[in-house]
Design a protein around this ligand. Structure first.
Ligand SMILES: NC(=O)c1ccc[n+]([C@@H]2O[C@H](COP(=O)([O-])OP(=O)(O)OC[C@H]3O[C@@H](n4cnc5c(N)ncnc54)[C@H](OP(=O)(O)O)[C@@H]3O)[C@@H](O)[C@H]2O)c1
Length: 350
């Protein structure tokens, strides 16, 4: 079901390998497969859903607002006749909603081939969710951790079964590590650092999930992706200055369109060469735009002790045990961190 193996891999001593020529056109029909995309009503989630639907994948659009989701669904069906898309309500900021979503999904569909943990918030003022967690940490990380945990046993044991989690170049900014001593930012809140930390948690989750899947002998691939700097409304919660700086000054030079921003996610979802633990992003302009390829993970993101600690903390906070070693369903078909660069210097604005 993955794209055909015509991609070239160039190796270099200094840079991670570059993947040239991942081509969406070469991806075969995905008819008969089912995907969930979180935050599918707008931005990258919308674009990703559209591209999956074009390949005849059935896509569940997991949206916080059913109204927004339905409007997006109608647009997608207008653009792509015969698109097999469905909206379901999911608020990652409410653990009960995550559980209800998975309950309904299990009942109705009972099988999952591709989970795209895409939804996210950025630069919120300090606010805790009703569950008592800092909002970036819950919506971006904990909600997806719980969602994946509740769905992983619905995934067939094949290399085409994928969990794709969205991170960001911001994972290298801010503190560059997780504040295990105060994950909920009870002290010294910074909206940019809280966002960066949640995106670091996303990447660490993807890598740790891969470790655990491999050690449990599972064939499902956990892959991470980031979209570089893509023109969406993600900065809508930022301060007026931050929003102005992003949309008027930086975006015209550094951002790329949504169709390009979604490519690393699609590569992670489709490319047959993608291995568990890989991380894809745009290759040009400090990974802000350009064609997709391998992206640079910080050393901290790859630290196995920190990955295990995040996993165990997340389980403790949610009061669950994330089981990757349940018997798979019997279903047929069955780098190193670069020195701080230009972007890190802009950190105060982000
Ligand atoms: N755009 C970029 O340059 C960029 C860069 C790096 C990483 N990313 C990552 O890419 C992903 C998508 O971002 P985007 O740029 O497409 O942002 P976006 O346009 O703001 O879309 C975010 C999506 O997440 C949904 N969402 C927010 N809170 C939610 C919640 N509590 N429960 C469920 N869904 C929720 C939003 O729903 P509503 O419409 O209801 O709010 C929306 O559908 C995020 O993970 C982001 O961190 C983006």
């Amino acid at each position: 079901m993955s794209s055909k193996d015509n991609e070239q891999i160039e190796e270099s001593k200094d840079k991670p390998a570059v993947v040239a020529g991942f081509d969406l056109d070469s991806v075969p029909s995905q008819a008969g497969r089912i995907a969930i995309v979180t935050g599918a009503n707008t931005g990258l989630g919308y674009e990703t859903t559209l591209q999956l639907a074009k390949k005849r994948m059935k896509v569940i659009m997991a949206c916080r607002s059913l109204d927004k989701g339905r409007r997006a669904l109608e647009e997608i069906q207008d653009k792509e006749k015969g698109a097999d898309v469905e909206v379901m309500q999911l608020d990652l900021g409410m653990l009960e909603s995550v559980k209800e979503f998975t309950r309904q999904f299990r009942e109705k569909h009972g099988r999952l081939d591709l989970l795209i943990n895409n939804a996210g918030v950025m630069w919120l003022s300090y606010v805790k969710t009703r569950d008592g967690f800092e909002s970036h940490f819950q919506v971006n990380h904990l909600g997806h951790f719980l969602l994946t945990s509740e769905l992983i046993d619905l995934m067939p044991d094949t290399p085409d079964s994928r969990v794709v989690t969205l991170s960001s170049v911001a994972h290298k900014m801010g503190l560059g590590r997780l504040r295990f001593e105060d994950l909920q930012w009870d002290k010294g809140y910074s909206r940019s650092k809280a966002y960066s930390q949640s995106k670091l948690a996303n990447l660490m989750f993807a890598i740790e999930l891969d470790r655990r899947l491999k050690s449990a002998g599972r064939n499902i691939r956990s892959v991470a992706a980031h979209p570089g700097y893509t023109e969406t409304d993600l900065q809508r919660h930022s301060s007026p200055f931050g929003g102005w700086l992003m949309s008027k000054i930086l975006a015209p030079f550094l951002a790329h369109p949504m169709a390009d921003g979604a490519m690393p996610t699609l590569m992670a979802a489709y490319w047959s060469g993608a291995k568990g633990g890989d991380y894809f992003g745009p290759r040009d302009a400090w990974e802000l735009k350009g064609a997709p390829g391998y992206a640079v993970k910080s050393d901290y993101a790859q630290n196995a002790d920190a990955g295990r600690q995040l996993w165990e903390e997340s389980e403790k906070l949610l009061g669950i045990r994330f089981k990757v070693d349940d018997p798979p369903l019997a279903i047929a078909g069955g780098g190193t961190q670069k020195a701080a660069g230009f972007l890190d210097k802009w950190c105060p604005f982000f």
